[in-house]
Design a protein around this ligand. Structure first.
Ligand code: HEC
Length: 126
Protein backbone atom coordinates (compact mmCIF):
# COMPACT_ATOMS: atom_id res chain seq x y z
CA UNK A 1 0.00 0.00 0.00
CA UNK A 2 1.16 3.50 -0.74
CA UNK A 3 1.16 6.18 1.92
CA UNK A 4 -0.14 9.57 0.95
CA UNK A 5 2.62 12.12 0.48
CA UNK A 6 2.95 14.33 3.56
CA UNK A 7 3.27 17.92 2.56
CA UNK A 8 5.95 19.57 4.70
CA UNK A 9 7.18 22.76 3.14
CA UNK A 10 10.94 22.48 2.58
CA UNK A 11 11.42 25.84 4.33
CA UNK A 12 10.09 24.38 7.57
CA UNK A 13 12.53 21.50 7.39
CA UNK A 14 15.35 23.98 6.82
CA UNK A 15 14.35 25.96 9.89
CA UNK A 16 14.28 22.91 12.10
CA UNK A 17 17.71 21.87 10.90
CA UNK A 18 19.07 25.36 11.52
CA UNK A 19 17.66 25.62 15.03
CA UNK A 20 18.43 22.15 16.31
CA UNK A 21 22.14 22.66 17.10
CA UNK A 22 21.45 25.92 18.96
CA UNK A 23 18.74 24.28 21.03
CA UNK A 24 20.96 21.31 21.81
CA UNK A 25 23.67 23.68 23.08
CA UNK A 26 21.28 25.54 25.40
CA UNK A 27 20.01 22.26 26.75
CA UNK A 28 23.54 21.07 27.41
CA UNK A 29 24.28 24.19 29.46
CA UNK A 30 21.07 23.86 31.41
CA UNK A 31 21.73 20.19 32.10
CA UNK A 32 25.32 20.84 33.19
CA UNK A 33 24.10 23.61 35.51
CA UNK A 34 21.34 21.39 36.90
CA UNK A 35 23.79 18.58 37.58
CA UNK A 36 26.48 20.63 39.27
CA UNK A 37 24.91 23.78 40.71
CA UNK A 38 21.17 23.61 41.08
CA UNK A 39 21.22 21.83 44.43
CA UNK A 40 22.34 25.17 45.86
CA UNK A 41 21.71 27.89 43.24
CA UNK A 42 19.02 29.16 40.91
CA UNK A 43 19.27 31.77 38.16
CA UNK A 44 16.15 33.62 39.30
CA UNK A 45 16.78 37.15 40.50
CA UNK A 46 16.64 37.46 44.29
CA UNK A 47 16.22 33.72 44.75
CA UNK A 48 18.91 32.87 47.27
CA UNK A 49 19.04 29.28 48.44
CA UNK A 50 21.95 27.66 50.20
CA UNK A 51 24.01 29.64 47.67
CA UNK A 52 23.26 33.14 46.33
CA UNK A 53 21.17 33.73 43.19
CA UNK A 54 23.26 33.47 40.03
CA UNK A 55 21.00 35.72 37.99
CA UNK A 56 23.24 38.16 36.06
CA UNK A 57 26.29 36.85 37.85
CA UNK A 58 28.66 37.62 34.97
CA UNK A 59 29.98 41.13 35.56
CA UNK A 60 28.85 41.12 39.20
CA UNK A 61 31.23 41.90 42.03
CA UNK A 62 31.89 38.85 44.20
CA UNK A 63 30.03 38.79 47.51
CA UNK A 64 27.87 41.78 46.61
CA UNK A 65 24.22 40.68 46.83
CA UNK A 66 22.58 42.65 49.65
CA UNK A 67 20.30 39.87 50.90
CA UNK A 68 22.73 36.99 51.11
CA UNK A 69 24.88 36.05 54.06
CA UNK A 70 28.31 35.49 52.47
CA UNK A 71 31.39 34.16 54.20
CA UNK A 72 33.89 36.80 55.32
CA UNK A 73 36.26 35.57 52.58
CA UNK A 74 33.68 36.13 49.85
CA UNK A 75 32.73 39.54 51.21
CA UNK A 76 36.33 40.69 51.36
CA UNK A 77 37.66 39.32 48.08
CA UNK A 78 38.22 42.00 45.46
CA UNK A 79 36.96 40.24 42.37
CA UNK A 80 34.44 40.62 39.56
CA UNK A 81 32.82 37.48 38.15
CA UNK A 82 33.97 37.71 34.57
CA UNK A 83 33.97 34.52 32.53
CA UNK A 84 37.56 33.67 33.35
CA UNK A 85 37.24 34.08 37.12
CA UNK A 86 34.02 32.12 37.10
CA UNK A 87 35.65 29.31 35.14
CA UNK A 88 38.55 29.16 37.59
CA UNK A 89 36.21 29.31 40.58
CA UNK A 90 34.06 26.37 39.50
CA UNK A 91 37.20 24.37 38.70
CA UNK A 92 38.57 24.93 42.21
CA UNK A 93 36.76 27.45 44.44
CA UNK A 94 39.48 27.63 47.10
CA UNK A 95 42.14 28.54 44.56
CA UNK A 96 40.18 31.69 43.72
CA UNK A 97 38.50 32.64 47.01
CA UNK A 98 40.40 30.96 49.77
CA UNK A 99 38.22 30.15 52.77
CA UNK A 100 34.95 30.44 50.81
CA UNK A 101 31.86 28.69 52.03
CA UNK A 102 30.76 26.91 48.83
CA UNK A 103 30.75 23.46 50.34
CA UNK A 104 30.49 20.58 49.83
CA UNK A 105 31.48 21.14 46.22
CA UNK A 106 34.11 19.05 44.49
CA UNK A 107 35.03 21.26 41.53
CA UNK A 108 34.57 20.41 37.84
CA UNK A 109 37.71 19.11 36.17
CA UNK A 110 36.33 19.14 32.62
CA UNK A 111 37.00 22.47 30.85
CA UNK A 112 34.28 21.61 28.37
CA UNK A 113 31.71 21.12 31.12
CA UNK A 114 32.75 24.38 32.81
CA UNK A 115 32.46 26.25 29.52
CA UNK A 116 28.89 25.00 29.10
CA UNK A 117 27.97 26.24 32.55
CA UNK A 118 29.62 29.62 32.07
CA UNK A 119 27.82 30.05 28.73
CA UNK A 120 24.54 29.08 30.37
CA UNK A 121 25.06 31.62 33.18
CA UNK A 122 25.89 34.27 30.62
CA UNK A 123 22.50 33.83 28.99
CA UNK A 124 20.43 33.01 32.08
CA UNK A 125 18.51 35.27 34.39
CA UNK A 126 18.37 38.27 32.07
C1 HEC B 1 26.76 22.65 47.97
C2 HEC B 1 26.15 23.86 47.53
C3 HEC B 1 26.73 24.55 46.32
C4 HEC B 1 26.96 24.04 45.05
C5 HEC B 1 26.74 22.62 44.57
C6 HEC B 1 27.43 25.15 44.24
N1 HEC B 1 27.49 26.29 45.00
FE1 HEC B 1 28.11 28.12 44.40
N2 HEC B 1 27.91 28.84 46.27
C7 HEC B 1 27.45 28.12 47.36
C8 HEC B 1 27.57 28.91 48.56
C9 HEC B 1 27.17 28.49 49.97
C10 HEC B 1 28.12 30.15 48.15
C11 HEC B 1 28.52 31.32 49.05
C12 HEC B 1 30.01 31.16 49.35
C13 HEC B 1 30.58 32.14 50.35
O1 HEC B 1 29.87 33.04 50.85
O2 HEC B 1 31.78 31.98 50.65
C14 HEC B 1 28.31 30.06 46.70
C15 HEC B 1 28.83 31.09 45.92
C16 HEC B 1 28.94 31.06 44.55
C17 HEC B 1 29.36 32.16 43.73
C18 HEC B 1 29.68 33.57 44.21
C19 HEC B 1 28.43 34.43 43.99
C20 HEC B 1 28.55 35.86 44.46
O3 HEC B 1 27.50 36.50 44.62
O4 HEC B 1 29.68 36.35 44.65
C21 HEC B 1 29.34 31.73 42.44
C22 HEC B 1 29.70 32.53 41.22
C23 HEC B 1 28.92 30.35 42.47
N3 HEC B 1 28.70 29.96 43.76
C24 HEC B 1 28.77 29.56 41.35
C25 HEC B 1 28.46 28.21 41.39
C26 HEC B 1 28.35 27.39 40.20
C27 HEC B 1 28.46 27.89 38.77
C28 HEC B 1 28.10 26.13 40.63
C29 HEC B 1 27.99 24.86 39.80
C30 HEC B 1 29.11 24.59 38.92
C31 HEC B 1 28.00 26.16 42.08
N4 HEC B 1 28.24 27.44 42.49
C32 HEC B 1 27.74 25.06 42.90
C33 HEC B 1 26.97 26.84 47.34
C34 HEC B 1 27.07 25.96 46.27
Amino acid sequence: MRYPAIAIPPMAIGLVLLCAPALAQDDAGQIAFNNACRTCHTVREGDNRLGPSLSRVIGRKAGSLPNYNYSESMKKVDLVWDKQNLDRFIANPDAVVSGNNMKPYGGIASAEERAKIVAFLESAGR
